[in-house]
Design a binder for this molecule. Structure first.
Ligand code: PEP
Ligand code: MN
Length: 341
């Protein structure tokens, strides 16, 4: 349920109303925009007398939200959420007009590899460095990632370049190790690992939540809701392609998910053209298309030697190709009237 306040309501009136609502046993989420203040009510709202609430002279109107996702709902929070990642001069914003490009290898393989790639993508303009330390592989016989050592090497690359780091968590029991990770990724395979999502909801870490291989947008938003209802509103959604019947591409990039998610939710939406297509040569057109469709950022796999990559070489582009892709993405941003660094 949301209650929209009339213009000109005083702080005291607003605080009294919030206290009264909390007293009725519901959670309260306040969203103060330039033109409107919206109070979102979470939990068992059946205890609220909607006629009584609508009748208060400080209330413009009250509406029940029929969608099962509340915190993630745009009606709860009409203005775009801007997620802040990292700190100091390397702080990165995503959402609300701030566009970020995350680049780096599928997996961290060595210090030389990750630091070298970090320097190269930073020189082009990437604002965050990706790199998997714990890898969710279909086969237990494939490279599983350097794990703790991989995290250590990501820290070294951050020290060398200042780029905030993005890496995937696979188990809530690893949270301590991820304490200083700037943006924690929940991969497609863990999108519905509800215990992990609840743990992440208790932290304040920014979370990159990737869409499951066969998940609907509603399921993705409900997973975001698991994190947000725990008190962590720093969630970025990621469209990374969904399973279909065609075999030429690894997945099918659902471009319509971008405007649809942005209509339904205030959370930033980024796109992963690498996992969506599985083919390095398709990364450029899909990066451009996603940008044109209004994505708030991209996450792109970049490797110095794709042919010998330990994971996802076929979809990885080289730093030189990344430079070209980045230039084209910037041009698209200009065409749609937005600026990119
Ligand atoms: C990844 O980003 O390396 C990854 C495994 O992605 P996804 O979870 O989307 O498959
Ligand atoms: Mn990968």
């Amino acid at each position: 349920m949301i209650a929209v306040l009339k213009n000109g309501v005083t702080e005291v009136q607003k605080n009294n109303l919030i206290a009264w609502l909390k007293n009725q046993g519901v959670g309260v989420h306040l969203s103060e925009g330039e033109y409107q203040t919206v109070i979102g009510l979470i939990g068992d709202t059946s205890r609220i007398d909607i006629d009584l609430l609508s009748g208060l002279d400080i209330i413009e109107h009250v509406t029940r939200i029929s969608e099962p996702f509340k915190c993630a709902n745009r009606r709860f929070h009409p203005q775009d959420t801007v997620v802040e990642i990292g700190s100091g001069e390397n702080k990165v914003l995503i959402g609300g007009g701030h566009f970020a490009v995350i680049a780096g290898p599928c997996s961290v393989e060595s210090e030389e590899q990750i630091v070298g790639i970090a320097r190269a993508v930073k020189a082009t303009g990437a604002t965050l460095l990706r790199g998997g330390a714990f890898k969710p592989r279909t086969s237990p016989y494939d490279f599983q990632g350097l794990r703790g050592e991989g995290l250590e090497l990501l820290r070294k690359a951050r020290e060398a370049t200042g780029l905030p780091i993005v890496t995937e968590i696979m188990s809530a029991s690893h949270l301590d190790m991820f304490e200083d990770v700037d943006l924690i990724q929940v991969g497609a395979r863990n999108m519905q690992n509800f215990e992990l999502l609840k743990e992440l909801g208790r932290s304040k870490h920014p979370i990159l939540l990737k869409r499951g291989l066969a998940s609907t947008l509603k399921e993705l938003l409900m997973s975001a809701e698991y994190i947000m209802s725990g008190g962590n509103e720093n969630v970025i959604l990621c469209e990374r392609g969904i399973r279909s019947y065609d075999t030429y591409t690894r997945n099918v990039l659902d471009l319509s998910a971008i405007p649809m998610l942005k209509e339904l939710s205030h959370l930033p939406v980024i796109v992963d053209p690498s996992h969506a297509t599985g083919k390095a040569r398709l990364v450029e057109p899909m990066s451009m298309a996603a940008t044109a469709a209004g994505a708030d950022g991209l996450i792109i796999e970049v490797h110095n030697d794709p042919e010998h990559a330990l994971c996802d070489g076929a979809q990885s582009i080289t730093p030189a190709q990344f430079d070209t892709v980045y230039g084209k993405v910037r041009s698209i941003r200009e065409i749609i009237g937005k600026q990119t660094r």
